[in-house]
Design a binder for this molecule. Structure first.
Ligand SMILES: Nc1ncnc2c1ncn2[C@@H]1O[C@H](COP(=O)(O)OP(=O)(O)OP(=O)(O)O)[C@@H](O)[C@H]1O
Length: 631
């Protein structure tokens, strides 16, 4: 186990098993071609030596021609095999990348809750895991490469031993420090990547901010580009400093190793030439020695580098293994209970919640009953915990204390996917997918994606059908200009941009597509709509919610007054509950907020009492009058 919690042996086993299950046949072919490329250089060197010795000695013509033919044939094989092995290696790589990517995102989708995606360490691990999926192929091909280098080295070491056992030992001993140094460097490099992870994540965050349309307006209006760029560059320089330190260590270590290799090779050559002069070696031996020293050094170098690279790849792949084997963030029920359709109601029983032990309590003993078929409205000030309560109802988190019961069944005893099958809704921060209109709504129930009739019915209920049907390509029009090619730039049919309110209606249609669910959650579904659209949407929602259990969160209290039950959340508890008239009669928080909003609509400005002076309405009117009468 390494400092970042990666098990190398588990990573190696997983890589081999993945390679075998994803691409057994190309892997076998790859192994054989690599073996061929390993043996070919040794055969070429020996045949060359024999030809040279034959030429300088007394070989027959037939013998020489036979050796030359063998040399040519081996050369052809040696020339073709690397191309075959590259192709087969690519096949192995693509198959493994597809398998590991699929498994990684299956695993991330398997987390039932949201906690992992709020945990910076997990996000770092996920980023490295994605890099690890790209390295999966490397682990397999490098391992084969190691075998190939080992075969080549063994072949040449055998050849060197025939010529000089002493020189063989010298060459081999020089490789020892290289192996140790490369392994150390690999470990340090992976540790460095883990350390600079937070800086690189911040860097990615700032570069995304600076290059996406969502942030572009504010950044320009507030002239905040320089500020954000400054932060981006600071994170970049932190990450670069880490990489530079590592590169310097590598430079000095690898430079020293290269020097050692050059000294050994040079010394060996001087010795071989002197030995040939005294007749201890033949000319063919010198040729063989020269090739063998270079090949053994190159092979050992490749071996050492291959081990170091595999070690590094395994560490990255280990993050992938850690993600795909991670325990779910919410405890899975040992014996899951089936969740039948809602018949009585949902009860929050003394629910306490905080996001973590370091965070303050958000809910402090909420007792609430959502009766079957009732439309319940949840109101409260910003930060009161309304959306948090919704997240608990969807079981994105479990209550820290207390329980949520669905017809008496604790949500913790139910599989999260079974629960979510029974829920539909719109979140306050709903998604605007860069998809077609059809897919944007179809995400609500992917099985209905091809059923345009159902999609249009949902859009009609949300009051957006006319708009979407009227787009240049109807429901198949992209609701983004993101994927427009250079040639299509002027063609509006390739993608359109919706307004905020139009997006909100589209999100509502997505929720309505999940028809017949037991609970409809509507978290601020109309905050971006104009008054007419809001009244229209609420009239539609009223019809849709009639007889259906629903929970509506809204700050516009005129939209909740007809709810069967209004609940006011304050200081982490239910402060008030009842119908609109009851709560007005109680004259508490709800009544105060309602009157405050209503006053804004009813108060007619008192012209006589209106302040006058620079910038006030009266002053501006006067200015306009003066300039128009003089102009
Ligand atoms: N993922 C999170 N991690 C930590 N704290 C959070 C998280 N999400 C929300 N909070 C905190 O929980 C509190 C309640 O937030 P919540 O979004 O539930 O309020 P709300 O009532 O829906 O507010 P609003 O009316 O502004 O939408 C806030 O103080 C917020 O800072």
């Amino acid at each position: 186990m390494t400092a970042d919690g990666v098990r190398l042996s588990a990573a190696a086993r997983e890589a081999v098993a993945t390679g075998w299950s994803a691409a057994a046949a190309p892997m076998i072919g790859y192994g054989f071609t690599l073996l061929g490329t390993a043996v070919a250089p040794v055969a070429v060197a020996w045949l060359t030596k024999l030809v040279i010795d034959g030429l300088t000695g007394s070989a027959t013509m037939a013998g020489l021609l036979g050796l030359a033919a063998g040399l040519a044939g081996t050369g052809v094989v040696a020339a073709i095999l690397p191309h075959c092995s590259r192709y087969l290696g690519g096949q192995v790589g693509r198959a493994m990348a597809a398998t590991t990517t699929d498994r990684l995102f299956t695993a991330t989708a398997r987390f039932p809750g949201l906690r992992p995606f709020e945990d910076p360490r997990f996000l770092d691990r996920l980023r490295l895991a994605q890099e690890g999926t790209a390295r999966a192929e490397g682990i397999v091909t490098e391992t084969f490469g190691l075998i190939r280098s080992a075969v080549t080295v063994i072949g040449f070491v055998g050849s060197l031993l025939v010529i000089s056992p002493v020189m063989t030992m010298v060459v081999l001993c020089a490789a020892g420090p290289a192996l140790v140094a490369q392994l150390k460097l690999s470990r340090r490099r992976t540790a460095m990547m883990w350390q600079i992870g937070p800086a690189e994540r911040q860097q990615l965050f700032y570069s995304t901010l600076l290059s996406t349309i969502e942030a572009a307006k504010e950044i320009r209006l507030f002239n905040a580009g320089g500020f954000l760029r400054g932060r981006l560059m600071a994170e970049l320089s932190t990450a670069h400093a880490g990489r530079r330190r590592m590169d310097r260590k590598e430079l000095s270590a690898e430079g020293a190793l290269a020097l050692l290799s050059a000294v050994v090779a040079g010394g060996g050559l001087v010795w071989a030439i002197a030995a040939a002069r005294t007749g201890t070696l033949t000319v063919g031996d010198v040729s063989m020695f020269t090739v063998a020293v270079v090949a053994v050094q190159g092979g050992l170098d490749a071996l050492v580098n291959g081990i170091a690279t595999t070690d590094h790849n395994l560490r990255l792949f280990g993050h992938y293994v850690a993600v795909i084997r991670a325990e779910p963030d919410l405890p899975a029920p040992a014996d899951p209970v089936p969740l039948p359709p809602l018949r009585r109601g949902i009860e929050l029983r003394d629910v306490w919640f905080r996001y973590s032990d370091e965070h303050p309590w958000i809910l402090r003993g909420v007792d609430l009953y959502l009766p079957y078929g009732a439309s319940v409205a949840l109101v409260g000030l910003n930060g009161a915990g309304k959306s948090t309560l919704v997240k608990l109802l969807c079981r994105f988190y479990d209550p820290t204390r207390g329980a949520i019961l669905w017809d008496g069944t604790d949500l913790r005893d139910v599989r999260p996917e079974d629960l979510r099958e029974r829920i539909s809704g719109v979140f306050q921060d709903h998604m605007a997918y860069d998809f077609s209109a059809r897919d944007n709504i179809g995400v609500g129930d992917t099985g209905a994606r091809d059923d345009l009739g159902r999609i249009r019915a949902a859009a009609r209920r949300a009051g957006v059908d006319e708009l979407l049907a009227g787009l240049p390509r109807g429901y198949d029009t992209l609701l983004t200009r993101m994927f427009t090619s250079e040639e299509d730039r002027e063609d509006s049919a390739t993608g359109v941009v919706l307004s905020g309110g139009q997006w909100q209606r589209t999100a509502l249609a997505r929720a309505f597509l999940r028809d017949g669910r037991d609970l409809m959650i509507l978290d601020e579904p109309s905050s971006g709509l104009d008054p007419e659209a809001e009244a229209d949407v609420h009239a539609r929602m009223r019809r849709h919610r009639a007889g259906q259990t629903s929970l509506l969160i809204s700050h516009r209290l005129n939209t909740v007054r007809d709810a069967g039950l209004i609940v006011v959340l304050k200081d982490g508890v239910v402060a008030e509950r009842g119908g609109h008239d009851d709560l007005m009669a109680v004259d508490g928080v709800y009544a105060r907020l309602f009157r405050l909003q209503a006053r804004g609509y009813h108060e007619v400005p008192d012209r006589d009492a209106a302040p006058t002076g620079p910038g006030t309405g009266e002053e501006v009117k006067k200015e306009c009058w003066t300039s128009s009468s003089t102009g």
